[in-house]
Ligand binder design. Structure first.
Ligand code: GCB
Length: 609
């Protein structure tokens, strides 16, 4: 039985990957490749009935041929009698990257299908390979180039690409996407979440040119628990043997030459003694160069170790306390997904203003640029996949999708020193099916990367004044991490929070993933008045007292850095579609609780010096 389920998983998994991934796996470090940006203005057509995809009998237009009626043909009227019921050229435009909800009032609450089209010029050269690369499209993208379908990708937060070597034309090209952000039970995430379902092409789009036998992926990191043993591997896009590859780190005067094996790969471990290790206090990154006779890839990579030892988390062998905060990929000031490096810097700088050394990038993979900024600014990162709440635990295709998203996240960010935790999900309700789904994800994370911690944000339950954590998934992961909402969803007023005690089954470092409460910025009252800054302030003070009872407490990421938009939050005075648990309001103003947390972190920093 187990075997059959597993092979169904495997079949679905390989089907999914072949739909989404053409011949290569996710391309490492796209920014360092020869790229042409396809960002900018794209024309769009809102298509709630999928009129551009199905005919009037609801049969899909023939995707393999052009000229059959689908909007992917991007037709223009040739003579005055010709009937064409769409026209990209005269349709409105939106910015890409950019979610559609924040770009048109009509689309603010829209969940459905939108067609997007961009025309661009190309000069393809013989002997080169070309890919279109998307940083992220939420949620399901059907991609067409010059009328020909390239494929489908599902998952709103991870990158994907299609090989267009045979479809790219010299001169003008038309790329068309049908993007569908309808929430569905069997998807990842599922129908119910507490964030805005921003649709569209939300991250960069590139046309990338590669030589033959190009470097598809590489990894350079310290071996687990070892401060001077480096692991270096490279995978070409095809199985070319004998390709010479040079790794160099000029600052270390390190240069090594390799030849690929018959699978087009190299793998090596070697000792290097004078490494200056990366840490939040000293976020040292080395300029790294990986090249072949035809390619030259530059990266910036930091080296550090992360381990758990009993109750402690060891960063470069030294016990650390994770002074963190959770955040969404959303700009509160100009609601919408983070649009630029400036937006991302603003968010991470706010975390630093609070004296954080750690951020939880909830609840899905954030932009690759965000992780690179965390590397540069010295912030440790908890990275997560949107396995959130009530997933379809028994559906093999749902599992395959979750596994693919986790894989793509790990493949993308495995060279970033800042990332110390892969989180496989948030607040997933206990059941046997869920336990096996989540345990398999934990194994996947470990098999792809044994150098980082694997965790999940778990739930607790209460008996009297005891807060109990005994989720069996706790056995399989490295941290005890849970969300608890004493003083907000349960447990009375802020002053009552401290009556609780914890009963935690596992002897592992405890890193609280969430606590918090809503406050409308600028609303002042006494500390028992809901929605006031004083209530939130008292809640934080008492939560800190409560959590300090946990001897193994090694970190926390309260919920959350800034107010964020959520369709679930409907109180007309205090919420108005905003979750107000931010420590910074939607106008960028720091609420009183911000300073409570900062004070606590200042003290903790001294303790862990
Ligand atoms: C949670 C969820 C988070 C919500 C938060 C809340 O437990 O993990 O996504 O936004 O609670 O505000 O209720």
């Amino acid at each position: 039985m187990l075997k059959t389920t597993y092979s169904v998983f495997l079949i679905c998994f390989s089907l999914l990957s072949s739909i989404s991934y053409g011949q290569v796996t996710a391309i490492q470090n796209i920014q360092a490749r020869k790229i042409q940006s396809l960002n900018g203005k794209w024309n769009y057509i809102i298509d709630p009935y999928e009129n551009g995809y199905y005919d009037y009998r609801h049969e899909p237009f023939d995707q393999s041929k052009t000229g059959t009626g689908g909007y992917f043909d991007d037709k223009v009227q040739k003579d005055k009698s010709e009937l064409i019921e769409y026209d990209f050229d005269h349709s409105p435009q939106m910015n890409v990257p950019g979610d559609w909800n924040s770009q048109s009032e009509k689309l603010e609450l829209y969940e459905g299908n939108v067609w997007l089209r961009k025309k661009f010029d190309a000069k393809p050269e013989k002997g080169k390979r070309y890919f279109v690369y998307f940083g992220a499209v939420n949620y399901e993208a059907h991609v067409y180039l010059n009328g020909k379908k390239l494929g489908v990708h599902k998952g709103g937060f991870t990158p994907f690409q299609f090989d267009v070597t045979n479809n790219l034309k010299a001169g003008e090209n038309s790329i068309v996407l049908k993007v569908d952000n309808i929430r569905k039970q069997d998807e990842i995430p599922t129908v119910n979440t507490d964030w805005w379902n921003y649709g569209g092409i939300t991250r960069d789009v590139f046309l990338a040119e590669f030589p033959e036998h190009f470097i598809n992926d590489y990894k350079l990191q310290l071996v687990k628990g070892n401060k001077n043993l480096l692991n270096f591997s490279v995978k070409l896009a095809d199985a070319t043997a004998g390709q010479e590859i040079t790794l160099s780190i000029p600052e270390l005067k390190l240069e090594k030459k390799y030849k690929t094996d018959s699978e087009g790969k190299i793998a090596d471990e070697f000792t290097w003694n004078n490494l200056n290790l990366w840490s939040p206090e000293s976020p040292k990154l080395y300029a790294v160069n990986i090249k072949t006779d035809k390619e030259n890839i530059n990266d910036k990579i930091g080296f550090r170790t992360i381990q758990v030892d009993g109750d402690s988390i060891l960063l470069n062998g030294k016990s650390v306390f994770l002074r963190g905060i959770s955040l969404h990929d959303e700009n509160p000031l100009l609601a919408g997904r983070l649009r630029s490096e400036g937006d991302m810097r603003m968010m991470l700088q706010w975390a630093k203003d609070m004296n954080c050394n750690y951020v939880r990038l909830a609840h899905y993979p954030h932009n690759e640029e965000m992780i690179r900024l965390a590397d540069e600014m010295g912030l440790l990162v908890w990275a997560e996949v949107p396995v959130y709440w009530t997933i379809s635990w028994t559906n093999p295709a749902t599992y395959a999708n979750a596994k693919q998203q986790l894989t793509d996240l790990i493949v993308r960010d495995k060279n970033r020193a800042s990332v110390i935790v892969w989180s496989i999900g948030n607040e997933t309700p206990l059941s046997d099916a869920r336990l096996s789904f989540m345990s398999n994800l934990a194994e996947t994370a470990r098999s792809l990367d044994d150098t980082r911690l694997v965790a999940a944000a778990l739930e607790v339950h209460r008996e009297g004044n005891n807060i109990i954590l005994n989720d069996p998934l706790g056995e399989k992961i490295d941290l005890v991490s849970f969300n608890e909402y004493a003083g907000w969803y349960w447990g009375g007023n802020p002053s009552e929070i401290t009556k609780y005690n914890f009963d935690i089954k596992y002897k592992k470092p405890v890193v609280i993933t969430e606590f918090g409460g809503d406050a409308l910025g600028g609303f002042h009252a006494d500390e028992n008045t809901r929605w006031s800054e004083e209530y939130q302030e008292a809640l934080y003070k008492n939560q800190i007292t409560l959590l300090s009872k946990i001897g193994a407490l090694r970190g926390m990421t309260p919920w959350i850095l800034t107010d964020f938009r959520s369709p679930r939050r409907q109180h007309p005075i205090y919420q108005n579609f905003w979750n107000r648990k931010g420590l910074i309001s939607e106008t960028g103003k720091k609420k009183k609780a911000f300073f409570v947390l900062k004070d606590f972190y200042d003290q903790i920093q001294v303790k862990y010096k």
